[in-house]
Structure formats: C-alpha cells, structure tokens
Design a protein around this ligand. Structure first.
Ligand code: XLS
Ligand code: MG
Length: 400
C-alpha cells in the first residue's frame, strides 16, 4: 500500500552534531525549514510534517501563553508558518513537547521530583497542545525524553510511573476540555539516551502504562524502528506486531540502526544492517492491513553533512529525497513479498494447519479440549519449516 509520509521539522533543522563534535551544518530557521518541507510537498515527496514546540517557536517560561499574544514573536512565527503550509497544502500531523532541550528538565520532565518543575513541564505541554490545535494537528506524542534515571536509589519508585500517568492524563484533559484538534496521543518509548535508563523503555512498557490511564482509548504508541527497540537488541517486528494487534499503532517513526548501538538515527535503510528487518516491518504492515502513516525520524549522516551556504538548503533537500526514495523502494519490495502467491503458499503450508480441534480451542470448549485424542507421535515427528520460508523470502529479497 502506498502510504502517506511525514518529515518532521526537527529532522530538517538538525545541524547534525554529536557528543564528540559540534554541529556541522549551518542552521536553517523555522521558516526556511518550512520552505524546504513545502518544496518536498510540491514535489510529491511528503504529505505531512510534525514538530516539537521548540523546533518552531522558542519557549519562554516567563510568558507561557505567548502563542495567544498577537504582539509576541511566537505568535507571528506561528502565523507565518501556517500561511506557508496552507499555501503548499502541507499538513501538520503531529506535535510533541520537547521536555529534553531546556536545562531545567535535566532530571526529568513529567517525573521531575520537584513539583514546580513538573508544573512548568505541564505548562509547556499545554502550550504545545494549543500550538498543535492552531495547525489542526491530529496527534500529540509524548517521547520519554529525560523521564528516566541513572541512579536507582535516587528514584521515588512509588511515584515515578504515577507521575507519568498524571502528566499524560493532564494532556488528555486539556485536549478534551478545550476541544482541541488532537484526536489521539502516542507514547514513544526508548530504552536509554539521553538518560541511562528511561521509565518507558519499550513498546510493551508503553502499552502497559496506557492501560492505567484515565482514558486509554485516547492513547497508543509510535515506536521508532529500527532505532529504539534495536538499541537494546529487541525486535522491531515484534514491537510492530504487538502494537498493531493491540489496535494502538497510528503511525511509525522510521530510520536505520545497527543493533546494540547508541541511537544511530541513520536515514532509512542506510548503514551496515537493517535492510531485511526494515522490509519485514513493512511486510507486516501489509499483512495486517495496517492503515497508518510513516514518519521519518532520523538525520543526515554526520559524515555526509557539510558546512557552507551551498550545502545549507541543498543537503537537507537531498536528505528528504534519500529517505523517501529509500522508503518507497522498501515499501515496493514489502508489497511484492506480501502479494507473492509462492511465498504465501509456503507460509500457509506451515501456518494454516486445519484440525477439528481448532474450533474447540477458539471457543474455549474445555470439555472438548480435555477429551481430544491427539496423535502425539505424528505431531512430534512433523518438522517445522522456518528456515525454508526464510530462504524463500531471502531469495525474493535478493531478486533471485
Ligand atoms: C528521540 C526521539 C524524538 C521523538 C520526538 O530519540 O525520536 O525525536 O521522536 O520527541
Ligand atoms: Mg522518534
């Protein structure tokens, strides 16, 4: 299925620094990033964008309602951006609150032990939600950011998860009470970085926490694959399968990752590993008839970035095109694999075994299950064919 694609402001504005060396690229302003995104929309590369509050308008804690004040720089920038986006038909699909950038949140945003810092985080979240509403955004994302720890003895374990719940409930209440455009919210899990450990480390952690929120129907997950699950050698396909089965996957963040490393945030398919895993994620989306959209969340390779005016805009445009072309190539392959009769038949031979006992299992017919006479020797001696199926998929992946 040809999916709609989103490229966020923060990926385009990134100046590609790392902890060992500063930014390489010259900066682009929010308005210039908007022009780059509108150009990508005009070329048919993307459909949507998304943003942190801070990617487009700086946060001034002394003026937390500046987005409503016509004389503020934030108000003017928001209106100028919207005008450009409306003209280009580029839609703001998601907003997310940066609770990582400001030094204030260094020991946590929603989970900060200081209630006054938590109140400032809440004000920042509410401002982000209003900004989202201004653009007509459908989604609000909470990325775990600095809600985590390094020192386990320094955590209030009776409160940490309750505080995340309170922060997310506050967002839901603010959306509903003000009838904002946001129709659904997501948690983006991550195991570590920037904190040593993050409270919502995986898709499973996020799904479990959602069940304890005031309105779980308003919340889902947006795993970032292959990066965030891959950082701790977890499987992107597992996260995808589980989130879709839970009915909680509205969109995916995508990029490439060498498993077990820091958050690589390489452009999709780009780098030494990940080709097979990424395509298999998209194949699962096909097989499960998933209807959501794909959002890139990665950066230009620092090694490929370069300073200078000649590169400032062009390399960012090339970066978008590289992601989109790479995604479309993977999507096409995933569609082919999902539609292949040969591959589907091979899978069916192993996965679709018919037996009268199935009905009893499905209907929890405990008596029938108890009474069933199963040919133990026959099932014991029937080999599975996982490797045979994998070989056939590898062959198709390699076009042989
Ligand atoms: C960082 C995350 C972040 C979220 C949005 O690792 O991917 O960029 O997507 O806050
Ligand atoms: Mg992300």
């Amino acid at each position: 299925m040809k999916r709609q694609l989103s490229m966020p402001f923060w990926c385009v504005r990134s100046t590609v620094g790392d902890p060992f060396g500063g930014p390489v690229m010259d900066e682009v302003s929010a308005l210039e990033a908007c022009d780059i995104l509108c150009d990508a929309k005009a070329k048919g590369l993307i459909d949507f964008t998304s943003t942190h509050d801070d990617d487009i308008v700086e946060w001034d804690p002394l003026n937390p309602m500046d987005d409503q004040d016509p004389s503020s720089p934030a108000y003017k920038t928001l209106h100028a951006l919207k005008e450009k986006m409306d003209k280009a038909g580029l839609k703001m699909k998601m907003v997310t609150c940066s609770l990582h950038g400001d030094r204030l949140f260094r020991n946590g945003g929603l989970t900060n032990p200081d209630p006054e810092i938590r109140a400032l985080a809440a004000q920042k979240v509410m401002r982000t939600l209003r900004i989202g509403n201004f653009f007509g955004a459908e989604y609000f994302t909470y990325w775990v950011a600095r809600d985590g720890f390094e020192c386990q003895f320094a955590v209030d374990w009776a409160q940490a998860y309750k505080r995340i719940e309170a922060g997310l409930n506050l967002a839901t209440r603010y959306i509903k009470e003000n009838k904002l455009s946001i129709k659904y919210c997501t948690i983006e899990p991550k195991p570590n970085e920037p904190r040593g450990e993050m409270f919502l480390a995986t898709t499973g952690h996020a799904l479990a926490l959602i069940s304890r929120l005031e309105d779980p129907s308003m919340w889902g997950v947006n795993p970032e694959l292959l990066q965030h699950e891959g950082m701790t050698n977890l499987s992107a396909t597992n996260a995808t399968g589980m989130a879709i089965n839970a009915g909680k996957l509205p969109f995916l963040h995508v990029g490439n990752q060498k498993a077990g490393q820091f958050d690589n945030d390489n452009p999709i398919l780009t780098g030494m590993d990940g080709l097979k895993e990424m395509i298999s994620v998209f194949w699962i989306l096909e097989k499960l008839d998933w209807k959501g959209h794909i959002e890139f969340d990665n950066h230009l390779l620092r090694a490929d970035s370069a300073p200078g005016e000649a590169n400032r805009i062009q390399l960012r445009k090339d970066f978008i095109k590289h992601n989109v072309d790479s995604y479309r190539m993977a999507e096409k392959k995933a569609e082919e694999l999902a539609a292949s009769k040969e591959l589907n038949d091979l899978r069916a031979a192993m996965l679709d075994k018919a037996s009268p006992i199935e009905k009893a299992l499905e209907s929890y017919d405990l008596k029938a299950i108890q009474a069933a006479k199963i040919d133990y020797k026959k099932v014991l001696e029937t080999p599975a064919s996982n490797a045979k199926i994998d070989y056939a998929f590898n062959k198709a992946l390699l076009g042989m």
